[in-house]
Design a protein around this ligand. Structure first.
Ligand SMILES: *[C@@H]1O[C@H](CO)[C@@H](O)[C@H](O)[C@H]1NC(C)=O
Ligand SMILES: *[C@@H]1O[C@H](CO)[C@@H](O)[C@H](O)[C@H]1NC(C)=O
Ligand SMILES: *[C@@H]1O[C@H](CO)[C@@H](O)[C@H](O)[C@H]1NC(C)=O
Ligand SMILES: *[C@@H]1O[C@H](CO)[C@@H](O)[C@H](O)[C@H]1NC(C)=O
Ligand SMILES: *[C@@H]1O[C@H](CO)[C@@H](O)[C@H](O)[C@H]1NC(C)=O
Length: 613
């Protein structure tokens, strides 16, 4: 593979400094405050890492140490609630732009100041914004949204152009007729948005509309094995006859349907989940490497033979919901727990690599398992946060299972037995979250690219083995990677496959979870830098826009503000800076669109009624 040369050069030009308007005063201030913070970190026990080193158990002790902080002002001089308020202002700016220029269409186009239909045509930005409004206490905005929801008819869709139509749907477009709507997007944004807003506000109409919507969607499960089809016509209930599906689309509805079953008492919602989980558990535990494959056939209920494995595009939330379904229903579902732990062990031993020069830890995809692409996607940057959430919430027993790694193929997995898994998961979380942030820090815009391609590298598990056998000197591999400026001039470890920044949330989501789980303020500081870059590079007069080119400050914007920017990106930033624990992780679970749902316990009656083991 060729080395990548373009990025370093753009950093070394004097223009960069001018563009950043760095003055001598800034530099002196930065150096002085950096030295001060460094001193604090070294001498004050209160600043020590919240990472607790357990008594030695015969496993290799892992001490990741403190994350290297970006230069910052002393912690006690930072007005975090002021920063949270800045995010709230950003949300109001974006939502106001949507209301004025785009509603009732789906999304705002923040450069041309008009609207566009993208997901079902029911005004997705409104639905996706509800839970964020409630957490930010934007009561006027919420009050304006309720009557719109009250009048919603989910039979008709108004999509034009029919962007979500797929080959196999074969429906001629007609703006006044129902169209095929994508199941996955509809569940995570509309259904998740309604249910979360219901949980936060207790407005009954929201639950009523959630149940209406699930009823309109129910035809999507009319397939030979009960696996959801890609899309459904909400007017006729007809499922798409497209037979190919992907993990994320077929296995990202458990949270929403479990909570809906709980709140409505309807067994049918619970049964949808059971059927798909039966397929999943068989495949993971019996037929695969302990990790769910990406591509599936709806007709056969079997994975495709490509053997593609990933935590990124097309798979991501399928893995995420294993842990989260276990957490949502009061930690009773041991199958989901086992699937989650095995999945992570497979990822840690097969899909994590360390880059050759800078030592950046990254997660990639492979087809089959030993044939890695070395791509690293922004979408995968939720994964460190998920690992941290697991470390924070799972019982210790989940991490101590000598027999589980045997389910993972290959000799590399044997290395897992030398470590305390809880420590190992947190170490991987830290290394990956640092890399996800570094992707932003490396760019002149301060915003990260959508996909990069690494110049190979070595499996993390093999680097760990070398480190362990070499006496565990210094920090473990994949932690505290080198900056671009510390490696040989002109050669970087990765190149950009997509230079876009699509206002995606995954990196700030992981900054939020790393902050909650480790208590290390450096994650807050990193999130603040990202927010400042958003304000500087993505803000328009009516909202915020995706970027075509993260390497090029001031380049024309994409004229696109996806609803997840309001649902997720701004929500996680707000929660990261807010000093109040608004969404405690032991009481709420975020769906994959960042809509929090409350953790509950099934009663004995529900156990009997829904057939819960
Ligand atoms: C899929 O369904 C459409 C009608 O919705 C039909 O016209 C088309 O022939 C079907 N395709 C297949 C492969 O069955
Ligand atoms: C899915 O399986 C069915 C039945 O074997 C087959 O007819 C169909 O072509 C398969 N779909 C894909 C996308 O391979
Ligand atoms: C541990 O292994 C046993 C036996 O294989 C299995 O029954 C159990 O579910 C596993 N637990 C976890 C958390 O993986
Ligand atoms: C490895 O993956 C590439 C695509 O990334 C594919 O072209 C190649 O056939 C795969 N090799 C094997 C042995 O499957
Ligand atoms: C669920 O039950 C456990 C004990 O089994 C209890 O600790 C927990 O507080 C309960 N959670 C809720 C939300 O009621």
């Amino acid at each position: 593979m060729a080395s990548f040369t373009s990025k370093f050069q753009s950093f070394s030009t004097p223009n960069t400094l001018r563009r950043l308007q760095i003055s001598r005063r800034h530099v002196i201030y930065g150096v002085v405050s950096f030295a001060f913070v460094l001193a604090l970190y070294n001498f004050l026990p209160a600043f020590s890492h919240a990472y607790h080193n357990e008594p030695f158990t015969g496993k290799v002790p892992l001490r990741p140490g403190k994350s290297q902080p970006p230069p910052t002002v002393p912690e006690d001089m930072i007005d975090w609630s002021g920063r949270a308020n800045e995010v709230k202002k950003a949300f109001r700016h974006a939502y106001y732009g949507y209301e004025v220029y785009a509603a009732p269409m789906d999304n705002l186009r923040p450069v041309s100041n008009d609207g566009i239909q993208e997901i079902d045509g029911w005004g997705v930005t409104l639905y996706d914004s509800l839970s964020t409004m409630l957490l930010m206490e934007l009561h006027d905005e919420f009050a304006r949204a309720l009557p719109v929801i009250e009048q919603q008819d989910f039979s008709k869709t108004l999509i034009f152009p029919p962007k979500t139509q797929e080959p196999g749907d074969h429906i001629a477009f007609d703006a006044h007729k129902a169209q095929f709507i994508p199941f996955f997007e509809t569940v995570i944004r509309y259904l998740g948005g309604l249910l979360s807003a219901y949980a936060l506000s207790h407005e009954f109409i929201l639950l009523k509309r959630a149940d209406d919507l699930a009823t309109k969607l129910s035809g999507v499960f009319d397939t030979p094995h009960g696996m959801p089809a890609y899309s459904v016509n909400p007017l006729t209930g007809q499922p798409s006859n497209r037979t190919h599906t992907i993990l994320a689309e077929m296995a990202t509805f458990q949270l929403e349907y479990l909570y809906l079953a709980r709140m409505t008492g309807k067994k049918e919602h619970h049964d949808r989940v059971t059927k798909v989980m039966d397929i999943i558990k068989h495949k993971t535990l019996v037929d695969t490497y302990g990790m769910l494959p990406t591509e599936w056939n709806v007709t056969t209920g079997q994975p495709e033979i490509t053997g593609h494995l990933s935590v990124g595009a097309n798979a991501d939330s399928g893995h995420e919901y294993l842990l989260k379904s276990y957490l949502l229903s009061g930690k009773v579902d041991k199958i989901n727990l086992e699937l989650y732990v095995q999945t992570v062990n497979t990822v840690l031993s097969s899909l994590l690599y360390v880059s050759p020069r800078r030592g950046l830890l990254y997660v990639t995809d492979a087809a089959p398992i030993n044939n890695a692409t070395h791509q690293f996607e922004h979408l995968s940057c939720f994964f460190p946060g998920l690992l941290a959430l697991g470390v924070h919430t799972l019982p210790d027993a989940a991490f101590d299972n000598e027999s589980s790694p045997k389910a993972v193929s290959g000799n590399d997995a044997d290395e897992l037995k030398y470590y305390d898994w809880k420590e190992l998961h947190l170490l991987a979380a830290q290394g990956l979250a640092e890399s996800c942030y570094q992707m932003y820090e490396d760019e002149p815009t301060g915003l990260g690219p959508d996909v990069v391609l690494f110049d190979g590298g070595e499996l993390w598990i093999r680097e760990l083995k070398k480190w362990r056998q070499g006496g565990m000197e210094g920090t473990p591999p994949g932690i505290h990677a080198k900056k671009m400026t510390e490696v040989r001039h002109g050669v970087d470890d990765y190149g950009l496959l997509s230079q876009r920044y699509l206002l995606r949330p995954e990196t700030v989501e992981s900054m939020f979870l790393m902050w909650k789980v480790t208590g290390d303020v450096v994650w807050r500081e990193r999130g603040w830098r990202i927010f400042q870059a958003l304000e500087k590079e993505a803000k328009t007069s009516t909202g915020y826009s995706s970027l075509y080119d993260v390497t090029n400050p001031g380049y024309p914007l994409m004229n696109d503000m996806p609803s997840y920017f309001l649902a997720e990106t701004l929500k996680y930033l707000y929660l990261l800076f807010n000093d109040k624990d608004l969404v405690p992780l032991d009481r709420w679970v975020f769906n994959t669109e960042a809509h929090p749902l409350p953790i509950f316990n099934w009663s004995s009656w529900e156990h009997k009624k829904f057939g819960i083991a």
